[in-house]
Design a protein around this ligand. Structure first.
Ligand code: PBE
Length: 302
């Protein structure tokens, strides 16, 4: 009797597992340019966290390019899950479409390309702005000056991101980068009076680019004598924290499009110190071996 029961349960386990295995193996097929791309990836774009601007832009893209009508959908996950799915797909030359942005190490580490966006849903180039709370200039002119001067290039942000991606602690990566780039850092701090243990709070979203920039700025301010805390949260609370003066600064506003909705919502309740980085880019990306997929329109037609 017992044995029969065990056999029966084994049978049911097999019933559950066999379709799972075949579902996986149907995904492990390499990219085939003779087949429709949508069919090969179940009409799914691999996305990141729901609060990211790139996610709402992608929903707009699905509508504007007529992809929603054709059953295309955007899968919510996290940056870490997205990059690990991308990693696995590339190892097996499988087709995949991801939400991509630059600066990011995914473009250094993997052979991927942005899809053309003829309807300009994602905007051409973006800048990343520094946003501070109202009144910071008066309360904390030293920190304000450094935050206002902070600027760097995509390649420099990538250097910090790559260190962190290689396993280095973000604060340590920031310290090392600051040590290696005294000329640029001096431009930010030149002539600014040091302080002694004044508190300052920064908020950020834990995207790789923002982990890098926030840690660098926080560390520069620490070396000026500030006691800086940095706190990671979702995008909306980051903007709210500045608007309510619960936090002093954030360096992660991708504009005009990606963080544009929050910028509009909180307008008048923050000060925009302008770009700290120019030449950022947001869009959909695919591996380069997907040779005949070059535009978002190709997702519908090819
Ligand atoms: N990102 C990285 C963010 C901004 C920084 C492109 C994932 C987004 O809101 O989409």
């Amino acid at each position: 009797m017992k044995k029969k029961l065990r056999n029966l349960s084994l049978f049911f386990v097999a019933l559950l597992i066999i379709p799972l295995i075949s579902a996986c193996s149907s995904q492990t097929k390499p990219y085939d340019s003779s087949k429709k791309i949508g069919e090969q990836i179940n009409y799914t774009i691999t996305g990141i966290d729901a609060g990211a601007g790139i996610m709402s832009s992608t929903q707009t893209a699905l509508k504007d390019y007529g992809l929603s009508k054709k059953n295309w959908q955007l899968q919510t996950s996290s940056t870490a899950a997205m990059t690990s799915t991308l990693d696995k797909a590339i190892k097996e030359k499988r087709p995949i479409v991801v939400t991509g942005w630059q600066p990011h190490w995914m473009f250094t580490k993997y052979p991927i390309k942005f899809l053309k966006d003829p309807k300009n849903v994602y905007g051409k180039a973006e800048s990343i702005h520094t946003i501070v709370r109202l009144g910071l200039k008066k309360d904390d002119p030293e920190a304000y000056t450094i935050l206002d001067r902070f600027h760097w290039k995509p390649a420099q942000m990538s250097e910090v991101m790559l260190k962190i991606n290689g396993g280095m602690d973000p604060q340590k990566a920031a310290k090392q980068w600051i040590k290696d780039n005294p000329k640029l850092v001096n431009k930010w701090t030149d002539g600014v009076k040091k302080v002694h243990g004044k508190s300052l709070k920064m908020t950020y979203v834990a995207w790789d680019s923002e982990i890098a920039s926030t840690n660098v700025v926080a560390q520069v301010l620490r070396e000026q004598g500030y006691k800086v805390t940095i706190q990671a949260m979702e995008q909306q609370p980051v903007w709210a924290s500045i608007a309510t003066k619960a936090a002093d600064a954030q360096v992660s506003a991708w504009l005009p499009k990606t963080s544009g909705l929050y910028y509009k919502d909180y307008k008048g309740r923050f000060e925009d110190l302008g770009p700290n980085l120019k030449g950022a880019k947001v869009g959909l990306a695919v591996p380069k071996y997907m040779k005949n997929i070059n535009s978002i329109e190709d997702l519908k037609n090819k």
